[in-house]
Design a protein. Structure first.
Lengths: 243, 372
């Protein structure tokens, strides 16, 4: 895949400690512009800690982190303008309607009311959610909420979107739909940084890093990783690393 | 600025969509004002007295009749036994005992002087001294009448060479309701705004949306202005609503300028909302907010001077009141409404609260962290 050459995330010797516990132990990696980068690891391996640092929600203890060309120490607000973020915790307002959620998040990214209105129309069209645009989020099934949350996260056309376990708790068909949306976003030039613990999803990524106890133990394309660890599928790769 | 508009829009939608909010905003003020203004009275009515009449003379009967005839007294029991009277006090059936000893009338006739005893339940000191003052005046009035009766002399008009003529300013009828209503209104406006502000941000923490907000490039001041303005508007509305109730149901006077009152209220609300916000930045659950806010609220209300003049508090307590926002507003709302004080009369309170607002809001902005 030669199209991904420019680095959009550069992490060098990132360390994050909570007291004496080391959540991220000397991470170094690059993410190329436009790729889908899978960030894998067991629960507690340090994925969420890393993603919070990359998206400016948490300070690193030491190391250099550049996101979208900006330093996360000094140019935090610049970083935030250029990224989207969807967490495993639910981020939409349950007591607002679909349309109100989109308008609010669009608004606090500084988009104009008119632009938000137009873009909301086309978005609802694409999601086939015209009928439920005035329903409260609390009344929708989980899979729909996740699609809306993802659409809201990329509504302001960020350069990178961080997805922290976006497909937790939904059925395989909905997960498949969700990945269609990720591909669409990727095709439109958005870099996708996604954490997951579903190994079939790892196969969909351009490149995958696998974390264990705060360290990155493997980083390559799914095909190369399978070769490297002499495994039939990503599941096996993962088990070999985590053991 | 454009971002603030979107926050305001969202906050208002959420407030008015919340089914428990509307009754809270409209219902509670009416209930609180109407009930509390009547309940929080310091006037003494229907004082329960127990009479131990050991004399059983016509004079002692006259004295008892005098008390019975007064609207303030309610004779809850008459007995010959002191033990029974004490029991009535212990059971809270009587507030005081009037003990008329044997020989009351005879002594008065023979020696021109006689004694009776008042035994007052002193647990509530304020009430006890009021009972003493009321009863003493009833007895001295009785005294004057019997002098006339016994000496058969026409009552001397001026018994006191110096006549005191009292006139009460600003509240000539000493109507406690017009004193209490502004005070209760202060509490009402403060509780609604402080709790709403404090609960709001912590709620975003609990449901997790705060994280989604923190990942946006929104500025701290935009966030805080967007969060506080809706509560400011609701609290000002609340004040207007309360004043209207006061005017219609209690005919409270509004001598001073209402725009001055609302101007002062805006500064006051910045302090109160700032405190609410600060509490919510240091707490992580709504329970914590409730406990912290309740604690401060209780201390502040009791020290505010709503029931008792702050000037009679010990010096250290008056110093503590420097950080008590209720204290300032309690004084000023009464000054403006009842006395018609102007800006220069309340300038000390105005500037003190302005400095307070700057400090507490800076503290809240500083404590609100977008990064963990």
């Amino acid at each position: 895949m030669l199209k991904h050459t420019e680095n959009i995330i550069v992490v060098k010797n990132l360390i994050k400690k909570f007291g004496s516990f080391i959540a991220n132990d000397n991470l170094s990696f690059e993410v190329k512009k436009g790729e889908i980068f899978g960030f894998l690891g067991a629960n507690g391996a340090g994925k969420t800690t890393a993603i919070k640092i990359l998206s400016g929600l948490s300070f690193p203890t030491s190391g250099d982190v550049m996101v979208a060309g900006y330093d996360v120490y000094k140019e935090r607000e610049k970083v935030k303008e250029n990224i989207g973020y969807m967490s495993q915790k639910f981020s939409l307002y349950e007591d607002l309607t679909v349309r109100e959620n989109i308008r609010f998040y669009g608004g606090i990214y500084g988009l104009s009311g008119k632009y938000i209105k137009e873009k909301t129309e086309s978005l609802l069209e694409r999601l086939k959610m015209k009928d439920i645009q005035n329903s409260l989020i609390s009344s929708l099934p989980l899979g729909w909420k996740q699609k809306i949350a993802f659409s809201v996260a990329i509504f302001h056309d960020p350069k990178i979107v961080f997805l922290d376990e976006p497909t937790g708790g939904v059925d395989p068909i909905t997960r498949r739909d969700f990945w269609e949306m990720i591909y669409e976003a990727s095709d439109s030039g958005i870099t996708v940084f996604v954490t997951t613990h579903y190994m079939d999803e790892a196969e969909y990524c351009d490149r995958v890093s696998i974390m264990d106890q705060g360290r990155i133990e493997g980083l390559d394309t799914p095909g190369e990783l399978k070769k490297q660890f002499n495994a039939k599928n990503m599941d096996e790769v993962f088990l070999k690393i985590a053991r | 600025m454009r971002k603030i508009k979107f926050i305001l829009q969202k906050e208002f939608i959420q407030i008015f969509r919340n089914k428990t909010m509307l009754p809270l905003i409209f219902g509670v003020p009416i209930i609180q004002l109407v009930i509390l203004v009547h309940a929080a009275t310091l006037e003494m009515k229907s004082i329960d007295m127990f009479v131990v009449d050991k004399d059983l003379s016509s004079l002692s009967h006259k004295l008892i009749n005098k008390f019975e005839g007064s609207p303030f007294y309610n004779v809850s029991g008459v007995s010959f036994s002191m033990d029974e009277a004490e029991e009535a006090i212990e059971k809270n059936k009587a507030d005081f005992i009037m003990h008329i000893p044997y020989g009351f009338e005879r002594n008065l006739m023979r020696e021109n002087s006689s004694r009776i005893q008042l035994l007052i339940d002193g647990i509530n000191g304020t009430a006890a001294s009021l009972i003493n003052a009321y009863s003493s005046s009833v007895i001295s009035d009785f005294n004057r009448n019997i002098i006339v009766d016994l000496t058969k002399m026409p009552q001397i008009k001026d018994m006191n060479p110096i006549a005191i003529e009292t006139s009460y300013w600003y509240n000539p009828e000493l109507n406690y309701k017009i004193y209490m209503l502004p005070g209760i209104l202060v509490i009402l406006v403060t509780i609604i705004s402080m709790f709403l502000a404090a609960m709001n941000i912590v709620r975003e923490k609990e449901i997790g949306t705060i994280e989604q907000l923190n990942v946006t490039p929104i500025k701290k001041y935009e966030f805080i202005v967007g969060k506080l303005v809706p509560f400011m508007i609701i609290a000002l509305f609340e004040l207007a609503f309360g004043l209207a109730i006061g005017k219609i149901f209690f005919h409270i006077p509004m001598v001073g300028s209402l725009s001055l009152l609302f101007g002062f209220t805006i500064v006051y609300l910045m302090v109160v909302l700032g405190i609410g916000l600060f509490i919510s930045t240091i707490s992580s659950t709504q329970q914590q907010v409730m406990f912290i806010a309740f604690f401060f609220m209780l201390v502040f209300i009791l020290m505010s001077g709503i029931f008792t003049p702050t000037e009679s508090m010990p010096v250290w307590a008056q110093r503590v009141n420097i950080i008590n926002p209720f204290y300032y507003f309690m004084r000023v709302i009464r000054m403006i409404l009842l006395k018609g004080s102007g800006f220069w009369d309340i300038s000390r309170e105005f500037f003190s609260l302005s400095i307070y607002a700057v400090i507490i809001l800076s503290l809240a902005v500083w404590r609100y962290r977008k990064v963990a």
